[in-house]
Structures are given as structure tokens and as C-alpha cells.
Design a binder for this molecule. Structure first.
Ligand code: 5GP
Ligand code: MG
Length: 187
């Protein structure tokens, strides 16, 4: 697998430190007067990409919470560009009146958040906040409001830490760019 990596953009140690920092910020923000009572929060990772972020983040947030799941596809198969976001499934439980914190691996065109946030509000969420590990350096990504951003990255296709290419590479611990040969081979 390692011969497929052209370069590492963010090492696992750096990711771990930043995720812990984001969790501290989220915990502090939800402890402010007037902010949602901590027990009312539902954390919703957008699967499959955000599963590792969710697993790491929530273990640093020492508050009562529920977890809901949403599956969205925007880079089906070996696509390297968004084909438009599609809701594939949900296991949200009852989110009426709850404060939802939506987690995604990466903010690219913004199509995913634009699709999902209104759905959560329609289902009765009292509020919806958003957190992404990565935000690409492109105008479309900057136009979408997001409450927490882990890292700003260049506009390149990345894998690792939950992000895939054709459903491979999610288990790489670092955020990486693939070689053109790997992209060809795994297509
Ligand atoms: P958006 O809807 O903002 O265009 O993109 C969000 C979704 O597209 C992410 O949840 C992720 O699944 C996918 N995506 C966007 N950029 C990348 C990328 O560089 N690498 C991978 N593996 N997935 C990406
Ligand atoms: Mg995704």
C-alpha cells in the first residue's frame, strides 16, 4: 500500500493533536450559557468517510451524547470529482428537538453539507452545527458555512484517515496523495 503514496500531506500525529483540539473547542462551546444542554446533542458522522474522525473525536468529548448515522455518496467508485451528493441511507433515531453536530471528512464542493443540513432541519433538529476535518482551498468550499475546520489543504485528491479511492485506502493513518500509477491500478 505504501508504494501507492506519492506524498503525505498530514501525518497521523498532527491529525491526532488537531482532533483533540477540535474536541476541546466543541466541548467548551457546548458548555457556554445559552448553548445546547450537552445531553441534547446528537453527533452525526457522514459515512463512510467520517467514521474514523467520529471515533477519534467523540472519545475526547466527555459529555452525554447520542450518535446518529447518515450515508452519503458523492465520489462513487473511482470518481476523482464530485458526481453530486446522494443520500444512501440513515440511522438517525429521533432527532426532533436535538442539537445535531454533523461530521464530515472533507469539505470540497459543499454539495454534501448543502444536501444534508436541510434534511436534518426537516427532521426536526433544534440546531445543526458542522465540523469537517479538511477543507479544500477552492472558492466553493469557502462559501459553505462550517463551524469547525481541522485543516485547510490544497485542492488535491486525498485519501487516508477514512477517505477512500474506490473504497480503498481508508485505513491509511495519514492524509496522503496517491501516485498516478495507483490511481490507474485501483480504478
Ligand atoms: P463535497 O460534497 O463538499 O463536494 O465533498 C464532500 C464529500 O466528497 C466528502 O464527504 C468526501 O466523501 C468526498 N471528497 C471530496 N474531496 C475528496 C478527496 O479529495 N478525497 C476523497 N477520498 N474524497 C473526497
Ligand atoms: Mg463523504
Amino acid at each position: 500500500m505504501h508504494r501507492d503514496i506519492a506524498k503525505v500531506l498530514i501525518y497521523k500525529e498532527t491529525i491526532a493533536a488537531r482532533v483533540a483540539e477540535m474536541a476541546r473547542q466543541i466541548t467548551a462551546d457546548h458548555s457556554q450559557p445559552g448553548e445546547p444542554d450537552l445531553g441534547e446533542v446528537t453527533i452525526v458522522p457522514i459515512l463512510t468517510g467520517a467514521m474514523i474522525l467520529c471515533a477519534d473525536l467523540i472519545r475526547h468529548i466527555p459529555i452525554e451524547m447520542k450518535i446518529g448515522l447518515l450515508t452519503v455518496s458523492s465520489y462513487p467508485g473511482s470518481a476523482l470529482q464530485s458526481r453530486g451528493s446522494q443520500l444512501l441511507g440513515q440511522q438517525l433515531g429521533d432527532i426532533r428537538g436535538r442539537h445535531v453536530l454533523l461530521l464530515d471528512d472533507i469539505l470540497d464542493s459543499g454539495g454534501t453539507l448543502k444536501l444534508v443540513v436541510p434534511i436534518l432541519k426537516d427532521l426536526g433538529a433544534a440546531s445543526v452545527k458542522t465540523a469537517v476535518l479538511l477543507r479544500k482551498d477552492r472558492p466553493a468550499a469557502k462559501e459553505v458555512p462550517v463551524d469547525y475546520v481541522g485543516f485547510e489543504i490544497p485542492d488535491e485528491f486525498v485519501v487516508g484517515y477514512g477517505l477512500d479511492y474506490n473504497n480503498y485506502y481508508r485505513n491509511l493513518p495519514d492524509i496522503c496523495v496517491l501516485t498516478p500509477e495507483a490511481i490507474e491500478r485501483k480504478r
